[in-house]
Design a protein around this ligand. Sequence first.
Ligand code: SAH
Length: 256
Amino acid sequence: MTASGSLTVVGLGPGDPQWLTPAASAALAAATDLVGYRSYLDRVPATPGQQRHGFGNRSELDRARLALDLAAQGRQVVVVSGGDPGVFAMAAAVFEAVEHGPPAWRELDIRVEPGVTAMLAAAARVGAPLGNDFCAISLSDNLKPWATIEQRLRAAAAADFVIALYNPASMARPHQLEDALQIVAEMRDPDTPVIFARAVGRPNERIKVERLGEAGSVIADMATIVVIGATTTRRIARGGGAVPYVYTPRSSGTRC
Ligand code: SAH
């Protein structure tokens, strides 16, 4: 039996409605059911007759299973995620639930609609810090041990990647960002630019560029993404108190 229900995991982008792709908008408008964090659902324009299943902090896997159950009943379900749904977000939880769930879930039409992830939105605000090799690390140790995070930070720093840090801090883990910056600072110049981009694409957006040597004292919350430059990352100062441009050249030699 092929179920007629469908499940689409949609990325809403970082906040600005103009950063929602037309494909994501179309999927949202076609859904019979929306599943996701209440604060994300609040960003989706109302469609008459559509049911919303808002969650507080219930687990991602529970949300994924509810969505799959609804799709298996023949509904057209959309699971919403901030940014891109495949980057530290709901898409992986959906496929984990499918792998371990009833065989019927594999017959569903499951799609992922990409979105602008926070790292790309933050980079665009200051120039081109991700212009050369980079990586993304989540500092959240809810789903992996802190020792693993430390090991990845050391490896990324040693390999001279630009490093984007998602989930940099929370009330429960106030020192993790400081510890992470300290690890990278052992291998990089204190002048290395570090971008703090808070609430990118939302009305309360705030962008700062600090030196790695002083970045440890900056307070970042869970709405902030932190991008640490590589040894080649450059800063271009601007007048009038404007945030400097930051870019990482494509080549490691000088081309100008
Ligand atoms: N799927 C999301 C990431 C989820 S993890 C994405 O692709 O962007 C949540 C983390 O993403 C936050 O702790 C923060 O580090 C980052 N983030 C999400 N939206 C952001 C925004 N508008 N501005 C800055 N950082 C953001």
